[in-house]
Design a binder for this molecule. Structure first.
Ligand code: ADP
Length: 186
């Protein structure tokens, strides 16, 4: 199962490079500095060009970066998207430091910001599951719960398409399995 419908929103899992995805919003797994980094963050800044970093620098000057669980919006530069929303996932530190709630906040705050910017489609990477070491299965469960809660609580959000773009095979498998289980619960 690679796609389910929750109310009027399609939730879909794909495998690939998020910088190639033509959604209104591409989500970046940023860090608190907003100044770029490795993994998907590096890929987005490389493919999107310097305008993204310029806007990140301005946001940093205004509000001193971005806290864990929060989200900020910039241009998408040269990417085939209208905006990039940068959110900062938690570093996994054993699981007793509010990691799940913080990851949930990333998804919820990003979805609210996308909706506020009239986005109809959004593509998420698997936030925190790379350099930040969040266990992949728990991250997928948390992400799908956050998305289904958002859809249920915000029927007028305007978000018609929510995509999870999995880079690695393991996340792709986990998300497809989770989506199947999610469908059984609905
Ligand atoms: P974090 O610091 O939040 O863990 P990473 O960028 O290290 O961020 O990893 C987050 C996820 O993004 C990982 O699952 C990684 O495989 C994935 N990833 C890396 N590059 C890309 C890309 N170009 N497109 C989509 N996902 C990517």
């Amino acid at each position: 199962m690679e796609e389910i419908k929750l109310q009027t929103t399609t939730v879909k899992v794909l495998q690939g490079d998020i910088t190639k995805v033509a959604a209104d919003v591409i989500v970046n797994a940023a860090n608190t500095s907003l100044l770029g980094g490795g993994g998907v963050d590096g890929a987005i800044h490389r493919a999107g060009g310097k305008r993204i970093l310029e806007e990140c620098r301005k946001i940093r000057e205004q509000q001193g970066g971005c806290q864990v669980g929060e989200a900020v919006v910039t241009t998408a530069g040269n990417l085939p998207a209208s905006f990039v929303i940068h959110t900062v996932g938690p570093v996994w530190n054993g699981g007793t430091n509010g990691e799940e709630q913080k990851l949930m906040n990333c998804y919820a705050n990003t979805l609210h910001l996308a909706s506020k910017n009239q986005a109809r489609s959004i593509a998420f990477p698997n936030i925190s599951t790379g350099i930040y070491r969040f266990p992949k299965a728990l991250a997928a469960k948390t992400a799908l719960e956050a998305v289904s809660t958002f859809i249920r609580c915000n029927p007028e959000s305007g978000l018609e398409q929510i995509w999870f773009v999995c880079f690695d095979e393991e996340n792709y498998r986990i998300y497809r399995e989770r989506l199947r289980e999610g469908l059984e619960i609905e």
